[in-house]
Design a protein around this ligand. Structure first.
Ligand code: UT7
Length: 330
């Protein structure tokens, strides 16, 4: 058995569809206001995929950019993991569709289900597979067409989500400490607070199920909010403690982009408001894509530079959560 190897992110990319849906646009769809949405969530606008675009199309666009950023040949990718809660189909996996679209013939591919936490779960999985020697070069993607699974008559949820994708290429080696360590957690007893209950084997696709709108995302917003703040804060602290790193040493914290009030609450508890990254105003909550898009933007806009310590943290349905720490090596 091979010993554990260092693993680095060697490229990132992201893609959002062209169409922008503003808060003002939403005022014409449900009874809401720009003032309510912005003050409660920090969101100004979100991107919505075209009818002919599926989740794998968004993911493939982000993947192409990440591969180009990494400067590798697509044939070098031997693992593709797509984190999504809005797959093209139940099966085959969205990862297989992405593989075909980008021509990554040498990869083995699967989807990973951890709702909004999916990108960090997928990064942790890929990192551990590379560290163990089971893979060399992994493409990790968070991609969502949330607009398909949203009830556009429910103002409590339809204003919150957007479509998009982000990707990262991970590889053995690199400078610095790379993707160092993660602390992950789940609590299935709270699954009902955030779910899409219909369409699977529990509540199969029937006319009755569709009439009850069970194919759409349902959420107890206030409860989810409280758990999101607590879990992301606790997990960041555990990750830092486990790796003997103080919050002062971290250049940038990137949390899941679900609500600016959640992000602000975590920043206040950790006393890191000056280093908390957010782009929720532009994209709203893109579920598993949110962290991936934010990471790519933070790298491209110069917030994250070579040698910086970065902490990523997520929370989502399941419940699922996690945090990791990495040293940027590019
Ligand atoms: O990605 C996974 C993680 N997801 C999250 O972390 C989301 C967590 N939850 C949240 O971000 C917030 O709970 C929401 C933004 C979803 C809601 O904010 P809130 O401050 O918790 O509001 P609320 O749901 O308690 O609703 C307050 C009021 C209600 O009216 P009454 O009952 O007080 O008269 C709602 O009916 O606001 C009303 N309301 C709206 N009003 C205008 C709910 N949605 C809207 C809307 N426009 N879109």
């Amino acid at each position: 058995m091979q010993s554990k190897r260092r693993v680095s992110i060697i490229g990132t990319g992201s893609y959002v569809p062209e169409k922008v849906l503003t808060n003002q646009d939403l005022e014409a769809i449900v009874e809401t206001s720009d003032e309510w949405i912005y003050s409660r969530t920090g969101m100004r606008e979100r991107h919505i995929a075209a009818p002919e675009q599926a989740t794998s199309d968004l993911g493939a666009e982000a993947a192409k950019k990440a591969i180009s950023d990494a400067g590798i040949d697509v044939a070098e990718i031997d693992l593709i993991i797509v984190a999504t809660l809005s797959p093209d189909m139940f099966f085959p996996s969205t990862a297989c569709f992405v593989q075909d679209k980008i021509g990554a013939k040498n990869a083995y591919c699967f989807d990973l289900g951890a709702a909004c936490s999916g990108f960090l779960y997928a990064m942790d999985t890929a990192k551990n597979m590379i560290a163990s020697g089971a893979a060399e070069t992994a493409l990790v993607i968070g991609s969502e067409k949330m607009s398909t699974f949203i009830d556009w008559e429910d103002r409590a949820t339809c204003i919150l989500f957007g479509d998009g994708a982000g990707a990262a290429v991970l590889r053995a080696g690199g400078e610095g400490r790379g993707v160092m360590d993660a602390v992950m957690g789940s609590d299935g007893s709270l699954a009902d607070l955030l779910s899409t209950p219909g369409g699977g084997s529990r509540n199969p696709m029937t006319h009755e199920m569709l009439d009850q709108k069970m194919q759409y995302l349902q959420m107890q917003g206030r409860e989810v909010f409280k758990h999101a703040v607590t879990r992301m804060t606790e997990t960041v602290i555990s990750t830092l403690e486990k790796n003997n790193i103080s919050a002062d040493e971290v250049k940038c914290f990137i949390p899941h982009q679900a609500n600016i009030r959640i992000i602000d609450a975590i920043a206040k508890k950790l006393k890191v408001a000056d280093r908390m990254y957010s782009n929720v105003d532009k994209y709203a909550n893109t579920s598993s894509a949110a962290l991936a898009i934010a990471l790519d933007e933070a790298v491209k806009d110069g917030t994250i530079r070579k040698g910086d310590l970065v902490v990523l943290t997520v929370f989502g349905g399941g419940f699922t959560w996690g945090a990791n720490v990495l040293e940027w090596g590019k």
